[in-house]
Unconditional design. Sequence first.
Length: 236
Amino acid sequence: MKYIYGPVKSRRLGLSLGITLTPYKICSFDCVYCQIGNTSQLTCERKEYLPVIEILDELKQWLEQNKFKLDYITFSGSGEPTLNTGIGELILGIKKITPVAVAVITNASFLSSQEVRRSLGGADLIVPSLDTVVPGVFKAIDRPHDGINIEDIVQGLVALRREFSGKIWLEVMLVKGINDDLRYIKKLKSALERINPDIIQLNSPVRVTAQADILPVNKSKLKKIKEILGEKCVVL
């Protein structure tokens, strides 16, 4: 299979069949904590990086040959899925061939675009990330393309919540010494109250990361941060 991987047992999504929508490590971020390595092409250019028709054909073939009881078909893979301009067409195509729910894991970098938000409208679940709302910290941890700023991302997430009828599980990846300062967390809380996701998922790196000196936040501090962020917050 060229575009499909798994299924994998996910902590968040149960049994999930993955689909990648970009070639390896084409992304709008180069996150220091990425578990699949450094970004090879940092870009904001949206286009059909991989052909939707071929992805759908491969998925049909997989579904015919396998009888797993999937919880989700998930867009994630080796780069930012919303870079692919065919993502909306692909979601609609999947809905025509299977009742399995569709999840989109995204770094949220393009959610300020109404076109992108509209293209995700057919999904059942969107899992965007928001690691900080402090511009300098955002650049330090997510290392975004120069054309991306954090306030646009927050505004996009607010608009997504207003327009999207499915579930939104927002992930916050916390790295020791970078974005775990409680002053940053209190600013993040203010933004999260505006965004109003269904769930806030706190995470911290446990595997090998793109940058060598990345450390997880200890459990006691994660617990304190969870208390600050409120009852919607869970620690993964």
